[in-house]
Design a protein around this ligand. Sequence first.
Ligand code: UD2
Length: 314
Amino acid sequence: MATALVTGVAGFIGSSIARALLAEGATVRGLDNFSTGSPANIEAIQSQIDFRQADILDRDALASACHGVDLVFHEAAIPSVPKSVEDPIGTHGPNLNGTLYVLEAARHAGVKRLLYAASSAAYGDDPILPKTEAMLPGPISPYAVQKLAGEQYLASYARVFGLETVSLRYFNIFGPRQDPSSQYSGVLARFISQMLAGQTPTIFGDGSTSRDFTYIDNVVSANLLAARAPAAHVSGKVFNVATGRRITLLQAYDEIKRITGYTGTLNLAPEREGDIKHSVADISLAQQAFQYQVVADLAFGLERTIAWCKEAKS
Ligand code: UD2
């Protein structure tokens, strides 16, 4: 059975991948510095993983963490567009240098395959829908540039050093353990926590803005499938990970309202500066290359996320 390293293991996505790896019988090592992740996310699995509290820029810690590892799931990042605008240099370190350091540590340790949390931010504000991987990238924010440059480093490492690498472009992921508390948190996490607390959520815009909201189970499944797929199908390549369905903010609000039983109202505010209007992925490349399928739709994901939030609050 494989030994896997998950960077950003205390984050919402990393901790979900770690749980799935454990369920498959893998030996799991995890790295996190708790900058955006939280100890609570790994409390329940900490005794089953080899956890190392270290920074993604700590090259000695990375070398040691990659030792004897077959697979790396590189999820560590500062995953915020607005933060990257506030602090391009501070986010460049973890988001891009960190990725390069992980690649270096992985190749020196003889890791077989590295999977990377890429971002739909790479597409920028190109109005053409759906987004296909063949489209020319158009990164706008420093975050998008950092994430896109990471993809290109992965492709380079596959070609130049023979390290198998796969970039998975995540679209608007949500689910249990996502932090709802920051003003930059994902809109669904915010709406759910606000509506459960009886607070009025705010939609920026008229509610017709749409996203390809993707429940975490789909991301976990994509990672496990891409980790097992033949190298010729996936290595050095980039894939969208999403549902292929576009949901408006108003539809999402209505669905959360139905499930939570929220009886309050809704605020409308001006659109957030720099927001793109619509985003939806073409997921056929991942379907062809590694049999990716949507395993959980929006309604199921919202039910699960809301159930988890209620339990976490109680
Ligand atoms: C997502 C990713 C981001 C980056 C980007 C690429 C998340 C959480 N963020 O940003 O990391 O990859 O895509 O383009 O997945 N909104 C409200 N009310 C709120 C909060 C947000 O109406 O209280 C709106 C917001 O103005 C936007 C939409 O909801 O129109 C989605 O916002 P978001 O922050 O969840 O995600 P997004 O697509 O900006």
